[in-house]
Design a protein around this ligand. Structure first.
Ligand SMILES: NC(=O)c1ccc[n+]([C@@H]2O[C@H](COP(=O)([O-])OP(=O)(O)OC[C@H]3O[C@@H](n4cnc5c(N)ncnc54)[C@H](OP(=O)(O)O)[C@@H]3O)[C@@H](O)[C@H]2O)c1
Length: 326
């Protein structure tokens, strides 16, 4: 029996009118998930998270700092999800990968994983479902990442749930793997690689702005049945992004434009060594290069209007966490 079931005549109206909801979050130990937990805690929502490894430091921190309940489980193993959503009012499904390794393939994690979470949501009679997708996801996508994200979106759209889908561009923030990677590289290397040319444009969005939209969607009925791009206000090439990182860090570095053919060869080698031999995710794969070449630009207006979001400019956002080298 749901906590608020006696107060509201049907589930949807409860989500819309009640200020506090109990939310089940998958992927909560990840980069985006940790920020969403901070926002959920600040908004006084109750939270239960799915955790593959409940002894991990990040899960302990979530328990200690944000008072979350833990449900041990794995999106790939449907039986582990039984009981996960008891008493919950909404689901935020964040689990996703950018690189494959072992059983964590795009098809498994994005498609099977989403199907398992959607089925668990339906079985628990929870209606509200917020799905993390990615900008560039479309029916005829070229990259396998986007193809599998599209299949996941279709599962959600056909589920009969009160869904909202978010498609962010590149997300940056204090613990990101993107800005911080270039910042780290620039500390030890005099040369920085630039892949993708003028046509590869991006609209990076801060993790705080992404979390704001997820939180507002939880209690915003107009977001039900909708898919939103989440992107920052500026359209930037990779080279401009790199220039801004270097400028904020007070550095000058030589930029080496790496032809995509060469990058593809390197990525294939990394995939072989990491994915095939070590069973781990490679630091760069050919799928990422396809996405890099395509660029990642969308329309931020509908989300900004509905959720009253004003994405922070990229340079201002990274200045908050990048250390300036003296
Ligand atoms: N970061 C970006 O720039 C970006 C841009 C667009 C869209 N997205 C999407 O946003 C979502 C979150 O991205 P992120 O950057 O936060 O990723 P992340 O830091 O790698 O976090 C991934 C999360 O998924 C969990 N997970 C992975 N496999 C799992 C499984 N089999 N069962 C249960 N949990 C599993 C991880 O748990 P463990 O702690 O156990 O590993 C972790 O909590 C993804 O769907 C991604 O595609 C990200």
């Amino acid at each position: 029996m749901n906590r608020f079931a006696h107060t509201w005549p049907n589930h949807q109206s409860k989500i819309i009118h009640h200020k506090f909801v109990k939310v089940f979050v998958t992927g909560a130990s990840g980069f985006v998930g940790r920020e969403i937990l901070r926002h959920l805690y600040a908004a006084e929502h109750s939270v239960r998270i799915l955790a593959r490894d409940r002894r991990s430091l990040r899960v302990h921190k979530a328990e200690a700092e944000h008072r979350v309940e833990i449900h041990p489980g794995n999106v790939l193993h449907a039986p582990s999800l039984v009981g996960a959503l008891t008493d919950c009012d909404a689901v935020i499904h964040l689990v996703g990968i950018i690189s494959e390794g072992g059983e964590s393939t795009f098809e498994n994690i994005h498609i099977r994983g989403t199907q398992n979470i959607v089925s668990a949501t339906q079985q628990a009679k929870v209606k509200r479902f917020i799905q993390m997708s990615a900008l560039g996801t479309r029916a005829n996508a070229v990259s396998r990442y986007h193809q599998s994200k599209w299949a996941a979106e279709e599962i959600v759209r056909r589920s009969g749930l009160d869904f909202t889908i978010f498609r962010p561009s590149i997300i940056y923030g204090p613990d990101d793997q993107f800005v911080n990677l270039f910042a780290r590289m620039s500390r030890f290397s005099p040369v920085l690689p630039v892949m993708g040319g003028e046509q590869s444009r991006f609209q990076p969005i801060s993790v705080g702005d992404v979390a704001t939209c997820f939180l507002r969607a939880l209690t915003e009925p107009k977001s039900i049945g909708q898919t939103f791009d989440l992107c920052g206000g500026e359209v930037l090439t990779l080279e401009v992004i790199l220039d801004q990182i270097l400028s904020v860090m007070g550095q000058r570095r030589f930029k080496l434009h790496v032809p995509l053919g060469v990058a593809r060869y390197q990525a294939a080698l990394l995939e072989f060594v990491f994915a095939r031999l070590l069973g781990k995710s490679p630091p760069l794969n050919r799928d990422q290069l396809v996405m890099l070449q395509e660029g990642n630009v969308g329309n931020p207006q509908p989300a900004n209007d509905l959720f009253e979001s004003k994405p922070i400019p990229f340079r201002e956002g990274i200045t908050r966490y990048l250390k300036r080298d003296e």
